[in-house]
Design a protein around this ligand. Sequence first.
Ligand code: CA
Length: 396
Amino acid sequence: MSSPATTHTNAPVDASSTRTASPASTPASPPPRKLIIDTDPGVDDAFAIALALETMSTEVEVLGLTTVFGNVRRDDATRNARTLVEMCALAGSWRREAGARLPVVDGARAPLAALDEDDRSGAGASTADDSAVLVADFVHGEDGFGGVRGAYETRPEESAVEHRAGREAADFIAEMCAKYPGEVTVLALAPLTNIALTFRRHPECSETMGELVVLGGAFEVNGNVNPAAEANILGDPEAADEVFGAFERTFVVGLDVTTRVRLSGAEIERLETVLRDADAVSPPRRCSNLLRAFLHDATQFYKAYHLRVADFDGIYVHDPTALLLALPHVRDAVFTFRRGAVRVALARDCARGAVFLDARRAWLFRNAWSDRPRVSVAMDVDVDAALRELRARLGV
Ligand SMILES: [Ca+2]
């Protein structure tokens, strides 16, 4: 087995670490991590994508975005991903060279179980009917962007997007992992259908993929769809269970951690302030004013949902928190992990989508967790350090 870059995962948070003192990357930073973002944008996905494309050029090189159903239907996820990339290109901060285009690759329209059913009937994954897919329009608005997509959508003469219709997300992920063995981090911000299909169709990815960061699950807290389940896992429990069984270099962050990382209503309002370069807190690079204005506007609907349901003025920043796990120097300084095999409840009962981490491992008898890879689950976070990273990049 090749040994792609792995970092230790059980580093306790050291509050005195110099790495937590500033969000800056050091001059001796390693070359940028190659990143594929698997996404269902989604307001908080939009934050993560904007931060990755606009503020992390020395830390990550985004190879492409792959889309999947989740917060919205797959076609809306693709449209939203394209909208974001065009905006980032317009703001001038993403395109490294004139004419460069970023792949946006279509993924699954429906969960594995529905795709498998279609395969049995010969319809194939790409034609899966998504009319039965439940989307979170009550959280993210009907368009996924709080109703403001139309105001920010552009049709530039020279698109910054290479839309790869007809080729699927799983194949793109495998192709990039083969091209850069051990160097690619896949950041999965949505139901895990595309990732499960990647390991099913391209089992060599368990060798060639560098790392997988998963946003999902609620390990010691309630879910956010119901007491048992978190939305990304419940979106496709079969896929999640396959993925957690497929790949050891997996880092998972769920509601235990992400609900503790919050931007306040006042910080959201500050996104609207036009900042000059002179206002920049440097480093790191700050998000462009165009994206900050978009994020401000898109977040209003999302913020109202939090006030109504979670009873606070502000938002959870789930997806951007997961993005921080893709940066090894931040991950080791900011998060505390527990390692063990993870399984997902698959029965169609009240516990469907619940996740269970075997941190103990010493059982008298074999069980469904035996022989599964031990993944790293974030159980604690230095909230101030995580927010310092995000606030500086967002300019709030
Ligand atoms: Ca998402």
